[in-house]
Design a binder for this molecule. Sequence first.
Ligand SMILES: [Mg+2]
Length: 317
Amino acid sequence: MSVSEFSLINEFFTDTATFGLTPVIGIGDDCAILDIPSDQQLAVSTDTLVDGVHFLSDSDPCYLGHKVLAVNLSDLAAMGATPAWATLSITLPEMDAPWLRSFSQSFFALAKSHALRLIGGDTTRGPLSITLTVMGLLPKNKRLSRSTAQLGDGIYLSGNVGNAGVGLQKAKMGFSDIADHDLACYLKPTPRVALGQLLLERATSCIDVSDGLSADLSHVLRASGVGATIEQQLLPLTESVRQQMVLLDDPLWPCSTGDDYELCFTLPAGAAPPSADELQGLSISKIGVIEQNLGLRVSLPNGDIWPLDKGYDHFNE
Ligand SMILES: [Mg+2]
């Protein structure tokens, strides 16, 4: 790329807004320099989205900028962290000003709503892929983690599962109306950042559902050295997801579809989930209980209990 192309990129990604924590040094020097308040710790997470693997080729950049940030914010939410800063690296096949403009506008719209500041990045030429590193703040020695679920805990899920899976099917069929709820769940997921912060002092464990409920809940169970049974009829499902289950004749389909970005968390037996006032419209469903018997199982309405340990695996579709 020529120097003028690089200056154009700088124009799209220079963070001129005043939202977010001000770094000591932000974009423009060899490194960014950050001050961390002495009573807090830094939570750091990186995700890469690759063209054709994590998003469909020819995806509209006006959603992609949102999504790459949303999936990273979801990881901060799963730990209870408050978003602060991010670095962004984009590899593009060719310099494409309209693509970059649209991508950066959707990225900064979500960044602004979470007071997150872009503090650095890189642009290279190659097959399209996007890598984002987010940094968030946590009160010192307080965090949500995967490894601390306790025997007898209730297992809870925010929102619904399976809608992004339906949305992916619709996107593959060429639908693009973002007013469609399933497509919106797939293209513009909402990271549950406020819920993660609410759970910080209450939940015994937490994970975000990115690879599918069964895969992600299994991570919690393995890390915590416990097992669980969830009830199929307690899964929070919309009509469109139920229709897909009937179509595929698979009552467990929503457990294995990815990209939902809801939080799955555990609360001690008898503890109440956050109140409706605190949740501001977000629903919470209790879907099962932590047990001693290792592994994840699902009980069906007819009384059958099936093992449940499959999820979306980027390398074994
Ligand atoms: Mg995660």
